[in-house]
Design a protein around this ligand. Structure first.
Ligand SMILES: [Zn+2]
Length: 180
């Protein structure tokens, strides 16, 4: 474990005075990768507050999983025609940790979906020539925050293109199918 995250010029976030190094702590990224985080204490005695190196560019606040992993799970969920369990297994192969289905869904529900919407939409674009004319539809039932949801997927059966998909309230399945 050699990685140490530190701030080159550390200023106290509370009073903007210079901060001094004050030990390190270990944090686990993706639950399995330990890194050292430099901690600081404000040099102004009247303030004296503590802070540590901000990792939010890598891992969102209060999360175990890095942005990269979260985005990858969302992209797999939206772009490939895979179950949440399968995606979880793929993530495990790449990152060595296995976020549960619920965690993957939570990632999607959070701001990432909006943040990467353009990117995802772009990759979902297809034109008429890409489609074989043989279509199928599938649904998976999930629980999101204790509420039942259905994931509807319309796909081209010959070339495995996902044409559209939605996560909806389960009782709306029949109604929403018509909107495809
Ligand atoms: Zn301070």
């Amino acid at each position: 474990m050699n990685v140490v995250f530190y701030e080159e010029y550390s200023l106290c976030p509370f009073c903007k005075e210079k901060s001094n190094k004050n030990g390190r702590r270990i944090r686990y990224i993706n639950r399995n990768k330990p890194v050292k985080i430099q901690k600081y204490v404000c040099s102004d005695e009247n303030c004296g507050k503590f802070h540590e190196t901000n990792l939010e560019n890598i891992v969102p606040k209060n999360s175990n999983y890095a942005h990269k992993l979260r985005l990858e799970a969302i992209e797999r969920l939206l772009i490939s025609y895979n179950s949440l369990e399968k995606i979880s297994e793929e993530i495990q192969r790449i990152y060595g940790c296995k976020p549960c289905r619920q965690t993957i869904l939570n990632h999607k529900i959070e701001k990432y979906e909006t943040h990467y919407k353009n990117k995802i939409e772009k990759s979902l674009k297809y034109n008429r020539n890409d489609l074989s004319g043989v279509y199928g539809y599938d649904k998976q039932f999930l629980t999101v925050n204790g509420e039942k949801r259905a994931r509807l997927t319309l796909l081209d059966l010959n070339n495995n293109t996902v044409i559209n998909q939605k996560i909806i309230k389960e009782f709306n399945v029949k109604k929403r199918l018509k909107t495809f």
